[in-house]
Structure formats: structure tokens, C-alpha cells
Design a protein around this ligand. Structure first.
Ligand SMILES: [Cu+2]
Length: 159
């Protein structure tokens, strides 16, 4: 009887350990609910260019409501072959774009992506985009994790 009891206790302990491990994993992968702050993408929109244009620009506000800085290290979108953060700068009287490998946003800071400045460069759409439709962009964050934003497709003359 003693032996049987011990066996049952052992099984019980293994099960308890397993259940604890599963619970921990669930906490680790649960979304932002466990955190006290969540960066946000607001007013996102994509400027619709002439049909067949291989790239278009996205704009909006990326707000860091957290008490620590956040750094965006890349972007991607299921609607495009590739996506990058770009910056437009006036060099010798000419507007030039360059790839921004990192964008750091201070605590309670905002990064504004707007025409003529920082923007999201969306390259090679998988399908033609229609005004009024929405695309999702995922921003990769330093230290892991991602920030999802929704961007509305707009015609330039509708602004
Ligand atoms: Cu660009």
C-alpha cells in the first residue's frame, strides 16, 4: 500500500510541476495585458500612388506611452514584399531618402511620420490596393516583441 501511495504522490508532483510550467508559459506569451503600458500607432495612412507604382509611403504617429524608451528595429507587412522606415532629408537642395535602421522613441515620446519627413516605405504590394482599404504593418521592437499598426489607404487628392 505504501508503495502505491508513493507512486501516486510522485505522479501528482510531476503533474503539478507540468501544470505550473504550462501556466508560466501562458503568462509569458499572453499579450500586453500583463504590462502596464502599450505603445500605439495612431492615424496611420498609406498614400495611394499611380497604379503599378512599386512603392508607396505610409504615415502616422507612433506613441510610446511607456516609462522607458522603445526602439523600432524594422517593419514588415503581409500586404507588401518589404517595408522600411525612411527619412527624407534635404541634401544640397535635393530631397533624398535614406533607410532608418533604428528609430528610438523616448518615454512619453511620439514619432511622427509625415510627408517630407520620416515615413514608412512600403515596397512591392502583393495585390493592387484600393482607397479605403486597410493594411497592417508590424514594427519589430528591440528586445523582442512587435507593435502592430493599421494604415488606411488614401488617395492623395482626398486629403
Ligand atoms: Cu522612402
Amino acid at each position: 500500500m505504501g508503495r502505491r501511495y508513493h507512486r501516486r504522490m510522485l505522479l501528482h508532483r510531476i503533474f503539478a510541476t507540468f501544470a505550473f510550467a504550462v501556466a508560466c508559459t501562458m503568462v509569458a506569451v499572453s499579450p500586453a495585458s500583463a504590462r502596464e503600458c502599450q505603445p500605439q500607432v495612431r492615424d496611420g495612412w498609406v498614400r495611394l500612388g499611380p497604379a503599378g507604382m512599386p512603392m508607396m509611403a505610409g504615415f502616422g504617429r507612433i506613441e510610446n506611452s511607456c516609462a522607458k524608451p522603445m526602439t523600432i528595429t524594422g517593419a514588415s507587412s503581409p500586404a507588401f514584399e518589404s517595408a522600411q522606415l525612411h527619412e527624407t532629408r534635404l541634401v544640397d537642395g535635393v530631397n533624398r531618402m535614406r533607410h532608418l535602421p533604428e528609430l528610438r522613441i523616448a518615454p512619453d515620446g511620439v514619432a511622427v511620420l509625415k510627408p517630407g519627413g520620416m515615413h514608412l516605405m512600403l515596397m512591392q504590394p502583393h495585390a493592387p490596393l484600393k482607397a479605403g482599404s486597410r493594411v497592417v504593418v508590424s514594427f519589430q521592437l528591440a528586445g523582442g516583441g512587435e507593435l502592430l499598426g493599421e494604415f488606411e489607404v488614401r488617395r492623395p487628392d482626398a486629403l
